[in-house]
Design a protein around this ligand. Structure first.
Ligand code: FAD
Ligand code: NAP
Length: 314
């Protein structure tokens, strides 16, 4: 049944930014509603060990996000399992439509929709998605016990995925377009010491090769970026880890964006180009993109929203 819910503050997204905003907005007695989206807990639910969350030398990403949700609820935030399909910021109160049929109206909105994995855009990559091509090692690595796998990319995600996949795979080839990784030094050190991982520098993925019946991957064709030489590597799994793009679908036509789609906020604040709409976390951060910085921005957004609402009430 469709219903309309009104809240002082609607928080969209349930990653570190959303849950932190929820804790602060709840403690400001704003009785926020948080809508979780399709990935409750956000990106950290797709990883295993997190070693840079202050206070925890090591914590499992999904466990950390369960704790954050419990914390937000304990402070009084209403957490709803729904997906926002549209957001109208042209008039106040702002109106968001939920996939459930619920309409949410809000005096202020905090956008924390984060980022999503990027794909290379090759037709063969698309054809084998879910049939050997994946962007989430923790979700799909288990299917490749004793198999050979390739990982594409050179950032933290690619290196972590490659390391994690050695738990299952007989061999992991890390294919990177340069000969320098942009991952953290500690991760590069672990990668280089792992006997199951072989880096392949200066190569890009040209084509995923497989069979239709049964549908599955058999190999990849990779190209040397300087010589153009094509090499075929036998593998059963292809993990694409070439970065993330901001999940800006709800606001890409209504808010100012920059740096390829990140929501623009005023320097030193979380205020977007629409008064009363705030943005935090990976959606707005093209530089740091960490759990702790996202949480920090979630805090800022709740404080900014609280102050802005107080000004409207004056
Ligand atoms: P996200 O975590 O991206 O969450 C976005 C949320 O928005 C999700 O809950 C989603 O469901 C919701 N959403 C999206 N659209 C809608 C909608 N239409 N309606 C409602 N909800 C919506 N960082 C670290 O600091 N340490 C690490 O060890 C680390 N490891 C990582 C490992 C991997 C594999 C990945 C992918 C990232 C890792 N990161 C790590 C980065 C970290 O996960 C992100 O910086 C952080 O999660 C961003 O938080 P966020 O709250 O901005 O958004
Ligand atoms: P990233 O840092 O942007 O790295 C993307 C990698 O993919 C780069 O090496 C890039 O190559 C490569 N790449 C991009 N487009 C490509 C293409 N079309 N073809 C081939 N290669 C391509 O992305 P990320 O690794 O997903 O990390 C995103 C953010 O999350 C970062 O801020 C990261 O620190 C954070 N994160 C943190 C942790 C952690 O703290 N442990 C773990 C995971 C993620 P170039 O290097 O040549 O540009």
């Amino acid at each position: 049944m469709s219903e309309t819910r009104h809240t002082r503050v609607l928080i969209i997204g349930s990653g570190p930014a959303g849950y932190t905003a929820a804790v602060y907005a709840s403690r400001a007695m704003l009785e926020p509603i948080l809508v979780q989206g399709i990935e409750p807990g956000g990106q950290l639910t797709t990883t295993t060990e997190v070693e840079n969350w202050p206070g925890d030398t090591e914590v499992q990403g999904p466990d950390l996000m369960v704790r954050m949700e419990a914390h937000a609820k304990a402070m009084g935030c209403e957490v709803i399992g729904d997906i926002i399909t549209s957001l109208d910021t042209s008039a106040r109160p702002f109106t968001a439509k939920g996939d459930s049929g619920t309409t949410y109206t809000a005096d202020a909105v905090i956008l924390c929709t984060g980022a999503r994995a990027k794909w290379l855009g090759l037709p063969s990559e698309d054809a084998f998605k879910g049939f050997g091509v994946s962007a989430c090692a923790t979700c799909d690595g288990f299917f490749y016990r004793g198999q050979e796998i390739v990982v594409i990319g050179g950032g933290n995600t690619a290196v972590e995925e490659a390391l994690f996949l050695t738990n299952f795979a007989s061999k992991v080839t890390l294919i990177h377009r340069r000969d320098e990784l942009r991952a953290e030094k500690i991760l590069i050190d672990r990668l280089m010491k792992n006997p199951k991982i072989e880096p392949l520098w200066h190569h890009v993925l040209e084509e995923v090769v497989g069979t239709d019946s049964p549908k599955g991957v058999e190999a990849v064709r990779v190209k040397h970026v300087d010589t153009g030489e094509i090499t075929e590597i036998a593998c059963k799994g292809v993990f694409v880890a070439i970065g993330h793009a901001p999940a800006n679908e709800l606001v890409k036509d209504t808010l100012d964006l920059h740096h390829g789609g990140y929501v623009k906020v005023e320097a030193g604040s979380t205020r977007t180009s629409v008064p009363g709409v705030f943005a935090a976390g990976d959606l707005t951060d093209h530089v740091y993109r960490q759990a702790v910085t996202s949480a920090g921005m979630g805090c800022m957004a709740a404080l900014d929203a609280e102050r802005w609402l107080a000004e409207q009430d004056d």
